[in-house]
Design a protein around this ligand. Structure first.
Ligand SMILES: [Ca+2]
Length: 312
C-alpha cells in the first residue's frame, strides 16, 4: 500500500466494518484475494475495531462517573514497522518454504509439497548446500525448529513430526499430534506450533505431549491463518497467510503487540501461482536482523525493522 492516507479517505464506514471482520474470518487465497487480504489487513490496522470515534464536545454529565468507576487499564500500544533491506541472498525458487531458521552461519529450510518436501541446510554466505534430506513422497513438509542438537519438522496433514540429528539429519524419533501442522518454533523449553487457526499450541520437547493452547487475538478478535513462526526475545513472530504481514505476538497472553508490513518486498511476476507468498522468518542474533523469504521466492532478504506510526 503506497498511500495509506488515500485509502483512509476512500474507505467509508461499511468498509471499515468489513475489514475489521477480516481477522475473524477464514481467508481462502487466490491471486486476487491475496492482494485483497493484504489490503484488508492493512486497513484493519488503520481502523482497529476498538478505536473510538472522535468525541463530540458536550456538557459533562456529573452522573456519568461514580466513585466506583475506575478507568480500564490501557493496553500497551501496538508497534508498527516497515523495513529496510540490508542484503539479499539467493533462494532456490523450487523451495516451497514452510520453515526457516538461521544458526551460526547456516540457513535451515523445511520445504513442502508432496514428492518435493525436504530439509535443507545451506551456507548463507556461499549458498552451498551442506545437507539435504528428501521426505518420503507421502509427506508434505511444514515448519521446522532447532532445539539443542535436534531439528523437528512438521507435516501438513499426516499428523507426524520428524526429529532429526541436527548435524547428520539422521532421523532420531518421530511423534504424532492431532490436527494440521503449519509453523513451528521454540522458546527453548517448549515447542510452539501453529495449525492455520488462531491457536498457538505448546508441546513438551521431551515427551512431545501437548501441554497447552493459546488463542492469538488482535483487537479482541481471533487472528487466524498463523503460519511460519520465529521466537525472538520473548515474542513470537508469525507470518499471516496469505498476507505480506508479520504479526508480533506475546506467547503468554496471545495479544498482538506489533505488526511488520513487508508490502513490496517481493512482488511475484504476473500470473504467478497464487501461493507464492511470504512465508519464512529467521533471526540473526549477531546482527539483530531478520532473514525473510517466501514460497518459491528467488531471494532471502536480510532486513532491518523501521519503526513507524500506525497512520503514516
Ligand atoms: Ca522460522
Amino acid at each position: 500500500m503506497s498511500n495509506p492516507n488515500a485509502m483512509q479517505e476512500r474507505w467509508g464506514a461499511p468498509e471499515r466494518a468489513r475489514v475489521n471482520a477480516w481477522v475473524d474470518s477464514d481467508v481462502r487465497w487466490n491471486t486476487g484475494r491475496r492482494l485483497a487480504a493484504s489490503l484488508l489487513l492493512w486497513a484493519s490496522l488503520l481502523f482497529p475495531a476498538g478505536r473510538a470515534p472522535a468525541a463530540t464536545p458536550q456538557a459533562a454529565d456529573p452522573n456519568a462517573v461514580t466513585a466506583e468507576s475506575e478507568p480500564e487499564p490501557a493496553e500497551p500500544p501496538v508497534a508498527y514497522y516497515g523495513y529496510k533491506v540490508v542484503r539479499t541472498y539467493p533462494h532456490d525458487t523450487r523451495n516451497f518454504t514452510q520453515g526457516l531458521i538461521y544458526e551460526e552461519g547456516f540457513l535451515y529450510e523445511g520445504t513442502g509439497l508432496y514428492k518435493q518436501s525436504a530439509l535443507i541446510k545451506r551456507d548463507l554466505e556461499d549458498n552451498r548446500i551442506v545437507k539435504r534430506l528428501r521426505l518420503p513422497d507421502q509427506y508434505f513438509g511444514e515448519g521446522i525448529t532447532i532445539l539443542g542438537d535436534k531439528i523437528i519438522q512438521l507435516t501438513w496433514k499426516s499428523q507426524v513430526a520428524f526429529v532429526y540429528d541436527k548435524t547428520t539429519f539422521r532421523e532420531l524419533d518421530r511423534f504424532t499430534y492431532r490436527g494440521r501442522g503449519w509453523g513451528l518454533t521454540t522458546d527453548g523449553t517448549r515447542l510452539i506450533l501453529s495449525d492455520g487457526t488462531a491457536m498457538l499450541r505448546f508441546f513438551d520437547p521431551n515427551t512431545y505431549a501437548e501441554t497447552g493452547q493459546l488463542r492469538v487475538h488482535y483487537n479482541g478478535r481471533p487472528l487466524r491463518q498463523i503460519n511460519e513462526l520465529e521466537y525472538i526475545d520473548g515474542k513470537v513472530y508469525a507470518n499471516i497467510l496469505p498476507t505480506d504481514y508479520i504479526a508480533i505476538l506475546c506467547p503468554e497472553t496471545g495479544r498482538v503487540t506489533g505488526w511488520i508490513d513487508l508490502t513490496g518486498l517481493y512482488i511475484p511476476p504476473p500470473h504467478s501461482p497464487s501461493d507464492i507468498v511470504l512465508n519464512g522468518i529467521a533471526y540473526r542474533p549477531e546482527t539483530g536482523r531478520l532473514l525473510v523469504t517466501g514460497k518459491c521466492w528467488p531471494r532471502v532478504y536480510e532486513i532491518e525493522l523501521v519503526a513507524r506510526t500506525a497512520n503514516p
